[in-house]
Ligand binder design. Structure first.
Ligand code: HMG
Ligand code: MG
Length: 296
């Protein structure tokens, strides 16, 4: 019972570059977004409106939004942790925004400097203002399969925060294996807890590939009917507040797997590999994906 098609949310320009040590210029970011659009990605997380002291890599997000040539078929989205971020995202013309919470108290504190409960209170006005402006809000839950500070996380804790974000008005809940420690049976147990409370067509899988488990875990998510997958071209990424978190699962690895399973994505693999090669040159590091290396 696999979905016939999957919607891929490309998070490379945001999740990928937020933790990159090499300086990536605004123009290189813009080129990356264009190359991803050219490869057929329809949802591109383009930047993040967070404190530049916390994440200096995203300080030029407004410029990136200002410089991209838009394709009206593409949703260019941004992270917005609070009203200040939301207002900046609207000013920049983001098509969609995302709030980001966690299933772990310690991670919430380290990442956004407040408790889970406080974070939900901060997200409420963002969701309200977004809906007034006709803008959809995605809700992320981090640490769904493990926390860098607390270790194992109960599936129930993930389900609880997911439901609260859904009830608040988030149209989609993206489940983040922030540090990539998940394995297939744990993934199934976590999803089964969440799917009791959130309709499957409103769930996305956001898996980092730190331990090489992401494709295996995504197969489990697909078997549960999840049809939205977050990934980053070239396997870029990490999280500055999650030590050891490596990149998101690589978009080209996901697309190769889905192509082989007969699941439609609308993405052109050679063009995607081109995008991977270009950004890898910029950061002077080979793409971490198997597929970019095999096809490169
Ligand atoms: P805080 O210090 O508690 O916030 O940070 P504050 O409201 O007290 O403000 C402190 C300063 O930050 C002030 O500036 C504000 O103006 C400024 P100052 O007076 O000191 O010069 N500020 C802002 N500036 C720009 N944009 C804003 C903004 N808000 C306040 N939106 C805050 C709270 C949330 C702002 C901070 O903790 C922060 O920016 N955190 C961001 C962390 C982050 O971006 N993490 C990575 C993304 S999450 C992730 O990667 C996981 C995910 O991929 C899923 C997964 O893999 O699990 C989504
Ligand atoms: Mg992430």
């Amino acid at each position: 019972h696999y979905p016939a098609q999957v919607s891929i949310v490309e998070v490379g320009p945001r999740d990928g570059l937020q933790n990159e040590k090499a300086r990536v210029s605004t123009l290189n970011k813009v080129e990356l977004v264009h190359n991803l659009a050219n490869a057929g990605l329809k949802r591109i997380e383009t930047g993040s409106f967070v404190s530049p002291k916390w994440v200096p890599q995203m300080a030029d997000s407004a410029d990136v939004f200002a410089r991209i040539k838009r394709n009206s078929a593409i949703t260019y989205s941004a992270l917005t942790p609070n009203m200040k971020g939301f207002e900046a995202a609207m000013e920049a013309g983001a098509d969609e925004v995302a709030v980001f919470g966690a299933a772990s108290e310690s991670f919430s504190q380290r990442n956004i400097n407040c408790s889970i409960e406080e974070s939900l209170t901060r997200f409420e006005p963002v969701v309200e203002a977004a809906h007034k402006a006709g803008v959809k809000v995605r809700g992320y839950v981090s640490c769904v399969l493990g926390c860098p500070y607390e270790g194992a996380i109960e599936p129930k804790a993930v389900a609880e925060v997911s439901q609260q974000l859904l009830d608040m008005g988030c149209y989609e809940i993206s489940l983040g294996d922030t540090i990539g420690t998940g394995t297939p049976i744990k993934t199934a147990m976590m999803l089964e807890a969440v799917l009791k409370r959130v309709p499957v067509n409103q769930v996305a899988a956001h898996f980092h590939d730190t331990y090489g488990q992401a494709l295996a875990n995504l197969t489990i998510a697909l078997q549960h009917g999840v049809a939205t997958i977050d990934s980053a071209v070239a396997g870029l990424g990490g999280c500055p507040y999650a030590k050891g978190a490596s990149g998101n699962v690589a978009t080209e690895d996901v697309v190769y797997m889905l192509d082989g399973m007969g699941i439609k994505t609308g993405i052109d693999l050679p063009k995607l590999v081109h995008a991977a090669r270009m950004i890898s040159q910029v950061i002077q590091r080979p793409a971490s994906s198997k597929v970019a290396n095999a096809l490169g």
